[in-house]
Design a protein around this ligand. Structure first.
Ligand SMILES: *[C@@H]1O[C@H](CO)[C@@H](O)[C@H](O)[C@H]1NC(C)=O
Ligand SMILES: *[C@@H]1O[C@H](CO)[C@@H](O)[C@H](O)[C@H]1NC(C)=O
Length: 362
């Protein structure tokens, strides 16, 4: 035991003090957990139908390269790293296969298809539980290479981002189109109970600065919209996204009371993204319903593949393919994650969370 660690940070009352301490709290690394919104190539290493390492994905990525990102360009993991002045954390399955893997500069465990529940896309992705298992190994490796105390300090200064829940809700809404509000609530409650254990595991393994990216209005993804005869958003899925984000906030605020050294920012992706969908022109978009890349009605019947057609101006579309936002959408959302305020990002934004100062008391 080196000494009691006291973290003076992030309570709104001391924000002015923190603003003066920019460098003291700088973020050394980002550890990324989640689904296809944050996958930067893990699924390339799996035998799974949930893949994106082919065109037209990556058409706007540097070098027009398909990397395994489910996007025309960069995704949220890239933009968050950019904002923090860091390189994008590499995919765990690429790193771990090298003989001298270095985990100090961050790791990305996110996997397309993953959900809170192990049952969501079972055997087709790295489930969140499995991502946490992998991270447990990374934690042990860091403790060996840096020493226990330095590893704990390094991780406490790092940002842990979690983007999870969309796949669980999409699966449930598709399988249970006639679910009553109380059935929906019961499913969300079960997800939240699991999520709460997962977040506690990350805390137990050193996570102290958590950015939780809630689920978007998944009922408005082109895939779910296309299923309706009038092409409207799926209300069951959207209602569940709202319930889920609200309950996730409850879990995190409860954890922060229990663990005063935990600091979190929650992004209500649903509220933030609905603005673009409801008033596209206000936010620089022309098309907020149809996918840019794909085949069939609204380019939403069939996934984006090399055989699909795609739109000329990706920046004018909210959605890239039948489930995923364009790079332009993700970039705008990340701006709000970093610089925005409630009701979109709270109780603090990422810029403030990044500057949190860690005080070590011996
Ligand atoms: C999910 O799978 C992990 C292994 O990846 C296992 O440790 C965990 O107990 C499972 N959770 C449930 C609820 O079945
Ligand atoms: C593409 O769309 C964006 C956003 O709507 C717009 O600002 C831009 O002018 C468009 N580019 C072209 C070449 O039409």
């Amino acid at each position: 035991m080196v000494g009691a660690r006291v973290v003076a940070c992030c309570s709104l009352s001391i924000m002015a003090f923190m603003a003066a301490a920019v460098n003291a709290g700088s973020v050394p690394a980002v550890y990324v957990f989640g689904d296809s919104l944050a996958d930067v190539g893990n699924n390339n290493h799996l035998l799974t139908p949930i893949m994106a390492d082919f065109s037209h994905n990556g058409i706007d990525y540097p070098g027009r390269k398909a990397t395994g990102r489910f996007s025309n360009g960069k995704n949220s993991a890239d933009f968050l790293a950019d904002k923090l002045g860091l390189a994008t954390s590499p995919p765990y399955l690429a790193l771990s296969s090298s003989s001298n893997a270095n985990y100090v500069n961050g790791v990305n465990f996110a996997s397309g298809g993953a959900g809170v529940s192990n049952a969501t896309n079972k055997n087709k992705c790295i489930t969140l539980d499995k991502q946490i298992d992998y991270y447990c190994g990374v934690y042990a490796s860091l403790a060996r290479s840096l020493g226990q105390a330095d590893a704990a300090t390094h991780l406490a200064k790092s940002i842990f981002t979690i983007t999870i829940g969309s796949n669980d809700i999409i699966h449930y809404a598709k399988a249970n189109p006639a679910a009553t509000p109380s059935q929906q609530q019961r499913y969300v409650d079960a997800l939240i109970l699991t999520l709460s254990g997962q977040l506690q595991s990350l805390y137990n393994l050193g996570a102290r600065k958590v950015l939780f990216l809630g689920t978007g209005p998944v009922g408005c993804t082109p895939s779910l919209r296309e299923m309706s005869s009038t092409k409207v958003c799926n209300v069951v899925a959207n209602a569940m996204a709202v319930q889920y984000n609200k309950a996730a906030e409850g879990v995190l605020s409860g954890m922060a009371v229990q663990h005063p050294d935990l600091h979190y920012a929650l992004f209500d992706t649903s509220a933030a993204l609905l603005r673009y969908i409801d008033q596209p022109a206000e936010y620089g978009f022309v098309e907020a319903k149809a996918a840019c890349c794909g085949l069939g009605d609204m380019r939403a019947k069939i996934a984006c593949t090399p055989l699909s057609s795609y739109c000329a101006n990706r920046s004018a579309h909210v959605f890239w393919d039948f489930y995923h936002p364009t790079e332009a959408t993700t970039q705008k959302l990340t701006d709000t994650v970093f610089d925005g305020s409630a009701p979109f990002i709270f109780p603090i934004n990422m810029k403030v969370a990044a500057k949190c100062q860690l005080i070590l008391q011996i």
